[in-house]
Design a protein around this ligand. Structure first.
Ligand SMILES: [Zn+2]
Ligand SMILES: [Zn+2]
Ligand SMILES: [Zn+2]
Ligand SMILES: [Zn+2]
Length: 236
């Protein structure tokens, strides 16, 4: 991979998926900052952080699969791809033309180019999903990315890393370790690269671990505390 940044951008662009429109009335219009998605107001104005003009967005709580975030359903149930139980996450609803994906309207209507009826499109929101994906505990890092630690079996710990949209993503240069007293045990990439693995022998339940992780070379090392009262189980 020559450029992480380009791959990441393509990944983001591929993300918006077409779905059935919401049932009943539309979610209300909120106002958010293009640079600070955590800023959400019920009226237009300027971002309190950067003073940019807020832009309109319709936020909707929908059902989605933690492994297939492009799945959008309007009721509880199971993922049509993998059969997992769906969870609630926040997505942004807009309307687009099937032939002109650049059209992105906040209200339903017709395409200004070919007059087709616009269809609903659901896009992920940063921090719209803070559910653990592998039965562990999920924490937001100060840099807006996320980590989840699991304890699947005695002495075994796994670490999953997610971006601000809670999509799995292990940044290049990522390092992490479990601090045990004066020493530390490094997490190593596991087979397939989906998560990192570390073993702490003789740590009984309930287990508390202190993880120190650095996402990128120039960032500080952050501390995360995880507690396990039981072994983690993958949701079904
Ligand atoms: Zn802002
Ligand atoms: Zn799924
Ligand atoms: Zn069109
Ligand atoms: Zn978050």
């Amino acid at each position: 991979m020559s450029s992480n940044a380009v791959n990441r951008r393509q990944f983001l662009a591929a993300f918006a998926a077409l779905a059935a429109p919401p049932t009943g009335s539309l979610p209300p219009v909120s106002w958010t900052c293009p640079m600070h998605p955590e800023v959400v107001d019920d009226q237009s104005g300027a971002c309190p952080i950067c003073r940019m003009a807020l832009t309109p967005v319709r936020l909707e709580l929908v059902w989605s699969c933690q492994l297939h975030l492009d799945v959008t359903e309007h009721r509880a149930g199971r993922c049509r791809i993998c059969g997992r139980q769906l969870v609630k996450i926040i997505k942004a609803l807009s309307f687009t033309c099937p032939a002109h994906p650049k059209i992105n309207e906040i209200n339903p209507g017709r395409c200004p180019i070919d007059h087709r009826t616009l269809v609903a499109r659901y896009a992920l929101r940063p921090h719209g999903d803070h559910n653990p994906k592998h039965g562990g505990s999920f924490i937001m890092a100060p840099n807006n990315w996320h980590v989840e630690a699991t304890h699947p079996s005695p002495s075994q710990f796994r670490l999953y890393v997610y971006d601000e949209y809670s999509r799995p993503f292990i940044p290049r240069g990522f390092t992490s370790r479990i601090v045990v007293g004066e020493s530390s045990i490094p997490f190593n990439p596991a087979a397939g690269g989906a998560f990192l693995d570390a073993r702490v022998p003789q740590l009984a339940l309930p287990a508390t671990i202190v993880v120190r992780a650095r996402f990128e070379e120039k960032q500080p090392e952050y501390r995360f505390d995880f507690q396990f009262y039981d072994y983690s189980k993958e949701p079904k």
